[in-house]
Structures are given as structure tokens and as C-alpha cells.
Design a protein around this ligand. Structure first.
Ligand SMILES: [Zn+2]
Length: 605
């Protein structure tokens, strides 16, 4: 289902009382102002799962799970946000606009259906040609030279498009298909004057199927010198190269059983592995892996192994996808094939056992990336900075400090930049959230984030003081990006409603750790009394202001020290000073950023 507009979401949220919804899954007992039960997300004997009727949120003090009524339904039923909204809308009898405006969306759905049917029909025609017609001999011979067996040919419904301008067209006419739909499906190419001809001629045909096994498009390999060697269906209503993987339907079960999905680059790489009973394989359609592909992979199995060509291009293609895997918190490894070999060559020459051995030795892609960055390191200050700049954005995407630690140690050993400095670089210029708070606590000058955290904590409990954030640009002085973001959201929600809509706010907070902190604070059993809270708030705000002044002073001092280090050519100190300077600059900007999207874009460059 498509986008749901904000008003509908609000209506559903207003109708779906969180105590009722949670109460139908978890037995809840009233305790004080809240409800308490056993957490459905972790196993516990003493109830620590808290639901607030007043704030319309839940929070587990045992495992930290928290959020709005939508989060609860998404997690318990394993649904997407849109599906959770739809589910609750149905349950509480709220009509969704999509269901009322049948006109447009009904037309689209029917069109998609017709395109699917015509593709399935064409797949049958191509397959019949390959298996049972004399014209298909050229394709049968070719498959034989590539060592593809009958079972594989059948499972993938491989086919042959004969050397003819109207073979498929005549078949479709006989089947009483509307040729305009065949043109829309990309099977026929329109000519001027309303006529059309077959797009795929003298090609080995690979039907590309969705996860349910329905053909959405085709890939065709030329069996003569025609260009291009591989021709795909054009993008249609149901066929998008960036959102399709070859082999989804055949791989699905095997991926689940093996807890792992292999990704190869080409049709024949995939068929060669499948031939040897390695079924958990998919391939993108001649494009680089996209974030969408990685999301599809995450639904197949928790781990992915990239089995790309054994050359520099293969490795670069793998590394380009690292960011997407990190973003989706997906484990990904890289299988290095010998130079000049692709998976098809390897498994046919060496056999299955050597392949399985290589597979078991595949290294985490992050490790391969780090080695790649370090291999260009020439020992200079600039080189060291370059490596740090290349690696930190990726490390930042790993949310586990334990996982980061190993890589930080390698950098420490190989570059001579201490883990401390690297950690500061990591936490300061990125989140400024809880990770920054904990890693900074060791240091003396840890106050600013704690003051910011404290301020937010009080405002969550005493929303009437939220306007304080605007006075004398308090918010602009924030140095932690996450706290600044929450501060902006607090102001937005307070201004819109004149009170704090906490479950709405939680839906907008991106960082999960921050979200969990906020919901736990809002449900604290003994928040400070009003007078105490008010005097604390004033202390924190004074602290935030003075720390900004100190930050500005520090920046000035740092610049002078860098100039001095430059004069004395002390490279190690200079690298550390430059890292510190970068971190401070990022802290200075945290509270002033109006547009989050621009900031994250800036970081990626
Ligand atoms: Zn829990």
C-alpha cells in the first residue's frame, strides 16, 4: 500500500487507544497512573512492561523497547508502518482514503495484473520454443556448452525467443491478448503507424520473477553478435531493475534454511551455482546493488555473502554496497575469487567443495574495506587523515561499540592514531547522543551533553517550560546533534498543540536509543518536584550557554596550536589537532542545523 497521509495517521492514532491494543496481547494491570505487564519482546518473570494511557506510549524497563501504538503493532505482528496503520484502521473502523478513491488505484492494480499475466504467457511461449521446437536447438546447444542441466532449465523456466520479428506477436494475437498491453509490458516495440514488433529476437530468455514466482520482466542473452549482449525488459509498472533480484522465488526457501543469501553478478553465475545444488543465490539485473536490494536481502536471511568477480571491479562493486548493508544493520561478507575468475568459471573448473571452502572463509566486508583503505596509506599526515575520513563514516553506521572496537584497534596499530582520538571523531561529529555521552563520561569536559540530556529530560516531564529553549537561543547552543533534534521536535509539537504530544514526537525521533531514553523518562515514577526541576533546568541552561562560549575559545586556541604544529612539522600532533578541530566544529553546528537532511548529506560526502 502507498503513502498514507498525516491526517489519517492522526485519526487512527487518536482512535486506537494503546491500552486497548496492548491489552489484547498482554495482560495488563493498573499500577499507579500506568499499566504494567510482562514484556512480549523479551522473556521476564517480573513485569517491567509499562503502558501509559495518558501519554499513549509503551516502554519496557527491561529491554528498552518503546514507542507508540504503531510501534507496538509493527513489532508484535512484524508489519511495516503502513501495514500497522492499515491494520489498526480496519480494527477501529476508520476508512482509508485509498479504499474510497477506487478509480485511480483500481486502474493501476488491474493494469499490474494484466502485465503480469501477459509476461507469464510470454514465458510459456519462450519455454515451449526452447524445449520443443526445432528453432530452439541453438539455445539448447548453448545451454549444454555452459553445462546447465535440465532441472535448472525447468526451475528457472528458461526459454528461447526465435529469430523472428513477429513470433511472439503472432502467438499473443492467437491468445487474444490486447497488443497495446504487450507494448506496455515491453515485449513488443511500437512502430510508427500503430504497428509493433518483437523486442527479443534470437535470444536465450530468462524470465525474471517476483518472490511469488510471477514473471515481471525478462532478461535476454544474444545468441549471435547482436548488441547489447544482455537485453532486459524496459522499466514498467511492475518491473524496476533497482527493486528486483533475479532468483528470488527459487532462493527464498534455501536462504531461510541456510540463514544466508549469496549474491552474484550475472544470470549464468547464479545458474552455475544452482546447478551444483547451491540454491540460496540471487543476482541484481546488471545494476549495482541498491539500498532497496539490501532491504529485500534482509527479508530473505540475516546474512549476505557477496560472490563477485575476482578482479578490482568486482571488489569495488562490493565495497560500494557496504554503506547500504551497514544502514540496514545487515551482516555482509565478501568471498574473494581468484583473480580473473567469476563464480561460473570457478565452480565449473574447481567444483563444489573448493567453492564451499572459500565460502566458509569469506571475510566481513567491513574488514575488506578497511584493508583497502589502509593499502593506499603512504605514511603521511594527509594519508592518515584521508584514511580516518574514509573509514569513520562507515564505522559510525555500526551501532555496536563492540563491533567498532576491533576496527578502531586495527586503525590504532596501523596508523598510530589513538583509539581515544578516533572515538572522539566518531561520536562527536555524528550523533552526540547516548554513545557520545557514555564515551565522553570518562573525560573531564563531559558536561555539555549531560546538561543537554538533563534539559530534555526535564522538559519531557514539564512541557510548559519548552518555550525556554527559544529564549536567548538556548537550543542553538546545543552541541549534541540528537539532543538538538529532540529539542526542535519538542518546540514543534508544543507550538502546534499547546501541549506535548509525546507519542507523536516519538514517531519522529530517528535515533532508537534516544527514543527509548525519552519514553523511559516520561514514565519515571518519581520525577523531580516542580521547584527542584525548575532550579535544575536553570543550572543546565547556564551550563549550556557557558560551554558554547568555551567551545568558541577552544576553537580559537586550536587554530593557533595547529599553526604552531605546522611550523614545527609535528605530524602526529597535527593529525590529532585536526581531528579535534573537526569534532569541535561539528559540535558548534549541532544546534544550528535547521535541515537534518542537509546535514546527513554533508556527512556522506
Ligand atoms: Zn522488554
Amino acid at each position: 500500500m502507498g503513502r498514507i497521509n498525516r491526517e489519517v495517521i492522526e485519526e487512527v492514532r487518536a482512535s486506537a487507544n494503546i491500552v486497548d491494543v496492548v491489552g489484547s496481547y498482554v495482560s495488563l494491570r493498573k499500577r499507579g497512573r500506568n499499566y504494567l505487564g510482562l514484556c512480549p519482546f523479551h522473556s521476564e518473570k517480573e513485569p517491567s512492561f509499562t503502558v501509559s494511557n495518558e501519554k499513549q506510549i509503551f516502554h519496557c524497563f527491561g529491554c528498552g523497547a518503546s514507542g507508540s501504538v504503531f510501534d507496538f503493532v509493527m513489532r508484535t505482528r512484524n508489519l511495516t508502518f503502513a501495514e500497522a496503520v492499515k491494520e489498526l484502521a480496519n480494527r477501529f473502523g476508520i476508512p482509508l482514503p485509498q479504499e474510497e478513491e477506487t478509480g485511480q488505484s483500481k486502474k493501476i492494480r488491474e493494469m499490474a495484473q494484466r502485465l503480469g499475466q501477459i509476461n507469464d504467457l510470454a514465458a510459456r511461449y519462450f519455454s515451449e520454443n526452447l524445449l520443443n521446437r526445432s528453432s530452439g536447438k541453438v539455445a539448447r546447444d548453448y545451454l549444454q556448452t555452459r553445462g546447465i542441466n535440465e532441472g535448472t532449465i525447468e526451475d528457472f523456466q528458461l526459454g528461447y525467443a526465435p529469430k523472428s520479428w513477429d513470433g511472439l506477436k503472432r502467438f499473443l494475437v492467437k491468445e487474444k491478448v490486447d497488443l497495446r498491453v504487450a507494448v506496455q509490458a515491453g515485449l513488443l516495440v511500437p512502430k510508427s503507424g500503430g504497428d509493433s514488433y518483437d523486442r527479443f529476437r534470437n535470444r536465450l530468455m530468462f524470465p525474471i520473477k517476483d518472490i511469488r514466482g510471477r514473471a515481471t520482466g525478462f532478461g535476454g542473452r544474444a545468441l549471435d553478435d547482436s548488441m547489447p549482449k544482455y537485453l532486459n525488459s524496459p522499466e514498467t509498472l511492475i518491473f524496476h531493475k533497482g527493486r528486483t533480484l533475479y532468483g528470488l522465488a527459487t532462493a527464498r526457501e534455501a536462504c531461510r534454511r541456510n540463514n544466508e543469501t549469496l549474491v552474484v553478478e550475472g544470470y549464468f553465475d547464479l545458474l552455475a551455482l544452482y546447478n551444483k545444488s547451491i540454491h540460496q543465490v540471487v543476482a541484481p539485473l546488471g545494476t549495482a546493488l541498491t539500498l532497496n536490494h539490501v532491504r529485500m536481502l534482509s527479508r530473505l536471511a540475516p546474512q549476505t555473502v557477496l560472490v563477485f568477480d575476482g578482479d578490482q571491479a568486482g571488489m569495488q562493486a562490493a565495497l560500494r554496497s557496504l554503506e547500504f548493508f551497514l544502514r540496514e544493520k545487515m551482516a555482509v561478507r565478501f568471498l574473494p575469487l581468484p583473480e580473473g575468475m567469476d563464480p561460473d568459471d570457478f565452480i565449473n573448473k574447481e567444483g563444489k567443495e573448493p567453492f564451499m571452502k572459500l565460502l566458509s572463509e569469506a571475510k566481513p566486508l567491513m574488514e575488506v574495506f578497511l584493508e583497502q583503505c589502509l593499502s593506499n596509506y603512504d605514511g603521511s599526515v594527509e594519508g592518515r587523515l584521508r584514511v580516518v575520513r574514509e573509514v569513520t563514516p562507515m564505522l559510525r553506521l555500526m551501532d555496536s561499540p563492540v563491533a567498532q572496537e576491533g576496527y578502531l584497534r586495527v586503525l590504532d596499530q596501523r596508523l598510530g592514531v589513538s583509539e581515544e582520538v578516533l572515538r572522539a571523531e566518531l561520536s562527536l561529529s555524528s550523533t552526540g547522543g547516548p554513545t557520545a555521552v557514555t564515551s565522553q563520561k570518562k573525560k573531564k569536559e563531559a558536561e555539555p551533553p549531560e546538561w543537554e540530556e538533563g534539559t530534555i529530560r526535564i522538559l519531557v516531564n514539564y512541557p510548559q517550560w519548552i518555550p525556554t529553549l527559544e529564549e536567548g537561543s538556548v537550543l542553538k547552543s546545543f552541541q549534541g546533534k540528537d539532543w538538538a533534534e529532540v529539542g526542535r521536535l519538542l518546540m514543534k509539537y508544543y507550538q502546534e498543540g499547546g501541549k506535548l504530544d509525546l507519542s507523536g514526537l516519538l514517531m519522529d525521533v530517528q535515533n532508537e536509543q534516544v527514543r527509548n531514553l525519552i519514553s523511559s523518562w516520561s514514565l519515571e515514577t518519581s520525577p523531580w518536584r516542580e521547584e527542584v526541576a525548575h532550579s535544575r533546568l536553570r543550572e543546565y541552561i547556564a551550563g549550556i550557554r557557558s560551554s558554547r562560549r568555551r567551545l568558541l575559545d577552544d576553537l580559537k586556541r586550536l587554530k593557533e596550536e595547529i599553526q604552531a604544529a605546522e611550523r614545527s612539522r609535528d605530524e602526529k600532533i597535527m593529525a590529532e589537532l585536526l581531528a579535534e578541530l573537526q569534532a569541535k566544529k561539528a559540535a558548534l553546528l549541532a544546534g544550528e542545523v535547521e535541515d537534518e537532511a542537509n546535514l546527513s548529506k554533508g556527512e556522506m560526502v
